[in-house]
Design a protein around this ligand. Structure first.
Ligand SMILES: [Zn+2]
Length: 308
């Protein structure tokens, strides 16, 4: 599987997905996009812009190609939420001072705004440019004011606004989407067909909608390359599928028709309590595996494992 050409890889993933789908829906013929549920015929695989191998997690988190999704899902919602995640990642590293890249910002003083370019040096945040970013009279005016204030020994009160910050909630959708696709690659259609996952797909496909934030928990101390999938058994309130991608841990329902997981998690999410999870861990998938579809006894075993 390692050195397959791109088109051969797509074809292999298509066929495997088609077979997996037939295990749970024998009348189905084709590959079903795990995000929009549209079914694609084999001939469509060769057409441009129909099905593509998607990076999971997105490239900004160091992901690699893992599953086939349809072009519409991949490029429409996918690209825009992933771009917000990328901005979020850059923003976080700026806050942690572990980057040397410069960043646009806006300084406010007494109602006047100055556009600046900032960068961390060893000790502090440094303004590396403002002259080229403002009307000359604005820049000169503020320079004069600064000199005047210095002479008068007056302190500046500054308000700093960083530019190009991510859209609230979208990075979470991007991570949720990655976790969902990783779980799909691991467990297959049988897993995502659970009615409790309808709401998750709805959030992924409509990023403007408010996502229940208790599905994504931050893990600030985790390394960025951590990848794990755990069928969580204890504590009982967390019984779910937990997918960790670096500093994010995503919880998704599993074997659960009622789908009250996010209500159970609301309180722990709000209280930001660090919890020790225990359960059954699975190696991160490197290609689609669809374990539940192809191995019914394994599916039954996992079901039993969680329910008693
Ligand atoms: Zn799709």
């Amino acid at each position: 599987m390692s050195k397959l050409k791109k088109s051969e890889k797509r074809a292999a993933w298509f066929d495997q997905g088609m077979m997996a789908l037939q295990r749970i829906a024998p009348e189905a013929s084709g590959y079903m996009c795990p995000l929009c549920y549209r079914i694609f015929r084999r001939e469509e695989l060769e057409m441009p812009n129909v099905l593509a191998c998607e990076h999971v997690p997105p490239r900004s988190l160091g992901g690699r190609e893992l599953v086939l999704t349809c072009f519409r899902c991949n490029s429409a919602a996918g690209a825009s939420v992933d771009a917000e995640l990328s901005k979020y990642v850059t923003f976080q590293s700026f806050l942690r001072r572990d980057m040397r890249e410069s960043r646009k910002a806006r300084l406010m003083k007494d109602g006047h705004a100055l556009n600046v370019l900032l960068r961390w040096n060893a000790e502090a945040l440094e303004i590396i440019d403002y002259g080229n970013r403002n009307a000359p009279c604005v820049a000169r005016g503020l320079e004069n004011e600064l000199k005047h204030d210095e002479a008068e020994r007056r302190n500046w009160t500054l308000r700093l606004t960083l530019g190009n910050v991510y859209r609230t909630g979208w990075p979470e959708v991007s991570v949720l989407r990655a976790a969902y696709l990783a779980a799909f690659a691991k467990f297959g259609y049988q897993y995502i067909a659970d009615a409790a996952l309808d709401v998750v797909r709805e959030w992924i496909n409509n990023p403007n909608q408010k996502v229940v934030n208790s599905c994504v928990f931050p893990v600030p101390d985790a390394l960025d390359d951590v990848r794990s999938i755990v069928l969580v058994k204890e504590p009982a309130a967390f019984r779910s599928l937990a997918v960790q991608i670096g500093k994010f841990r995503v919880f998704m329902p599993v074997f659960e028709e009622a789908g009250d997981l996010y209500e159970r998690l609301a309180k722990p999410h709000e209280e930001k309590i660090a919890v020790e999870l225990s359960g059954r861990a699975f190696p991160w998938p490197r290609h689609p595996e669809f374990l539940f579809d192809f191995n019914r006894s394994f599916l039954a075993e996992m079901h039993r494992y969680l329910s008693n």
